[in-house]
Write a protein that binds this ligand. Structure first.
Ligand SMILES: Nc1ncnc2c1ncn2[C@@H]1O[C@H](COP(=O)(O)OP(=O)(O)O)[C@@H](O)[C@H]1O
Ligand SMILES: [Mg+2]
Length: 356
């Protein structure tokens, strides 16, 4: 169990391009943190600096207080699994897993024990003498993980290791890898551009943008109550509504949005101010018209299996909404329905989303 501390990490590539701009992150002992962000935001560069493959332009990486500046990758006690994890095709599963241990001059008896243990952790016991070409994609990927676990690293670094697997297998690997990581209590950083992957596996997620951390928190915090508008729009889907403050009084405000007039809890807004709101599609519900916040007519209805997706035209404007497929009859395109949501579901946009 090890704590990883990253302070003021910077990487400037030749030509002056800053891929990572002063990144700070504390990964607690046994914690699983994801670096989530779109392609090119600096995730891999960050991980490579932690692993020791890329030298930082500035900043420090510490494990349990020890500064790793100048320490070679193989001396860092870190296990790294890349997207393009390469197994040795001419070696069996057991030989692949043993490779790193032989490099470390581990005695035969202990080596055999550790290989067996690592393969059992990733549930591949029995496949020791197969070759990589005789394994499925998911099994190969687990060999790559076993190979890293066998060296008993203090820190596990994963760079999109599941992005080559098909969706269903990926989902299974998320659950398996997460439960393995919990059992071993191994401090882990996962790099991914897949929000579902990050949400499923992480204790906390660092949403990255332009070489820095835009938002840091538990999956639920960053999805429901992020501090930044960037994070709110980056994660999931949202409706963005424009409005104007009509009047203020008695501790509430009244806001015009489209053709509708909505009450708003914050009376501190100046009359006439242009404001924007966010409303997540899954927070809008169908309801009887008598108790609806507004009427809406169904423009598009799509069946997505687990949910129905609707585009409706309402007094507020055009809205996207999702409804769980509970096997109930659903309104048709062209039908007029009532829609509603809870007060807290409407969030004021701006720098401080979710706290307005
Ligand atoms: N060796 C390199 N030389 C120059 N630029 C690089 C190098 N490696 C990465 N970059 C640039 O740094 C930025 C961040 O890259 P990377 O860390 O790989 O992003 P991510 O993993 O988030 O997709 C990108 O714009 C990329 O083109
Ligand atoms: Mg990358």
């Amino acid at each position: 169990m090890s704590k990883l501390s990253i302070h003021g990490l910077v990487k400037t590539y030749a030509g002056g391009f800053q891929a990572v701009r002063g990144l700070d992150l504390e990964v607690e002992s046994g914690e699983f943190i994801s670096l989530l962000g779109s392609s090119g935001c600096g995730k891999t560069t960050t991980l490579q600096m932690v692993a020791g493959f890329v030298e930082p332009t500035a900043g420090t990486v510490r494990v349990d207080g020890r500064d790793l500046a100048g320490v070679a990758p193989e001396k860092r006690d870190m296990g790294v699994v890349f997207q393009s994890y390469a197994l040795f095709p001419h070696m069996t599963v057991a030989q692949n897993v043993a490779f790193g241990l032989q490099m470390r001059k581990i005695r035969r008896r202990e080596l055999d024990e550790r290989v067996a243990e690592a393969l059992s952790m990733v549930r591949l016991s029995g496949l020791e003498s197969r070759y990589p070409s005789e394994l499925s994609g998911g099994q190969r990927q687990r060999v790559a993980i076993a190979r890293v676990l066998a060296i008993r690293p203090r820190v596990l670094l994963l760079d999109e290791p599941m992005s080559n697997l098909d969706a269903k297998l990926r989902g299974e690997m998320h659950v398996e890898l997460r439960s393995l990581q919990r059992r071993l209590g191994i401090t882990t950083i996962l790099v991914t551009h897949d929000q579902v992957e990050a949400m499923t596996m992480s204790d906390r997620i660092a949403v990255m943008a332009k070489g820095g951390i835009a938002e840091l928190g538990t999956p639920q915090q960053i999805y429901d109550r992020p501090n930044s508008e960037f994070a709110f729009k980056f994660l999931g889907l949202t409706n963005e509504l424009s409005g104007q403050v009509l009047s203020v009084g008695n501790g509430t405000a009244s806001v015009r949005v489209g053709q509708a007039c909505l009450p708003w809890k914050d009376a501190g807004l100046p009359v006439g101010k242009d404001i924007r709101f966010f409303l997540r599609p899954e927070r809008i519900r169908l309801c009887p018209i008598e108790v609806a916040r507004c009427r809406a007519s169904v423009v598009t209805r799509l069946f997505l299996g687990g949910v129905w997706f609707y585009e409706v035209e309402s007094e507020l404007g055009s809205l996207r909404m999702t409804v769980l497929n509970a096997g109930l009859a659903q309104p048709q395109e062209g039908e007029v329905v009532g829609i509603t949501w809870n007060d807290d579901d409407l969030q004021l946009a701006g720098a401080e989303v979710g706290h307005g």
